[in-house]
Design a protein around this ligand. Sequence first.
Ligand SMILES: Nc1ncnc2c1ncn2[C@@H]1O[C@H](COP(=O)(O)OP(=O)(O)OP(=O)(O)O)[C@@H](O)[C@H]1O
Ligand SMILES: [Mg+2]
Length: 351
Amino acid sequence: MVTVMIILENVGKTFKDDTQSGLVEAVRDVSLKIEKGEVYGIIGFSGAGKSTLVRCINLLERPTTGKVFVNGSELTAFSEPELRKARKKIGMIFQQFNLFTSRTAAQNVAYPLKYSGMTKAGIAGRVKELLGLVGLEDKESAYPSQLSGGQKQRVAIARALANDPGILLCDEATSSLDPQTTLSILKLLKELNSKLGITIVVITHEMHVVKEICSRVAVMENGAVVEEGDVFSVFANPKQKITRDFIDTTSNLSKIHALIAERSPIVKLKPGECIIKLKYQEKDISEALVSMISRKFNIDANIIFGDIEFLGGSPIGGLILIVNGARSDIDGAIAFLRNKNVGVEVILDAR
Ligand SMILES: Nc1ncnc2c1ncn2[C@@H]1O[C@H](COP(=O)(O)OP(=O)(O)OP(=O)(O)O)[C@@H](O)[C@H]1O
Ligand SMILES: [Mg+2]
């Protein structure tokens, strides 16, 4: 059974702008449902309103309009004490880790348990368990300055999990880490998601973060969610220009246009040749399509470059090919591919 964990209903947040006269509409009329146990991504460029939106989930920022429901209760209707209690069940981590520099890893993790009513020994045990969960059992006495960025984020994750929250909000949690450390933190989040069943909301401006761990994604622009859905559908068939821009940040397929513009020898066509782009946009493509078209239609297909990744076990991305053959054969091959639900775009035609 699918249970909804977070509901945002027409949430808006307007700030008074100190620098200019007027108001900043940081979040505009956002409605979203996030299911229990899923890893949900919110992607957008800087200033899109992602941090403001995620802070509206735990009411660190009180929405100007709209309602927020978490685990069946309306947070926007809670009193301050009720809210404080509810927030304990919503962990949060940040780009800059926000650790107490004068406290050890263990003391940082113990901090949220201070007024929990647990005994000293109980807290010590729980801290040990939490540091074990994030792979830092040997760092309990280390101060943040003695830890790497990845280790600091692990301490922050352990601290965020101290009160056994049902939700973990991650605001650019990997944005100041190198690519390898980013992957290790994303892997840890994924593990915690499956081990603890915790619902994770990931805010990012990096496409690969969404690809790596999210099952669904919302794309934000100018405070609004402009596109939303399961990651494969959104990235296989983007409806908005901004979504295509994000895809281009991790794909090399658009390089072809630069190569053509600069008349690179790689894309110099002989008569009869054309450059086509194949786009994999359906989940069930598994056939050896390039060798099939060259056999079936007696054409040569030369792969210039490709960018195919697997999202949820299905190929997504595409190939740039130079094909050479009789016009009727090339047309036949294109029709054949389209019939297999592969997107085909003729980029340059020397026929
Ligand atoms: N406390 C505030 N007072 C006034 N304006 C604010 C405040 N917080 C955010 N804003 C404005 O709201 C808009 C959205 O900001 P927000 O921080 O939510 O964006 P973001 O998508 O998280 O950006 P980034 O990727 O750079 O973190 C921006 O125009 C920002 O200047
Ligand atoms: Mg932000």
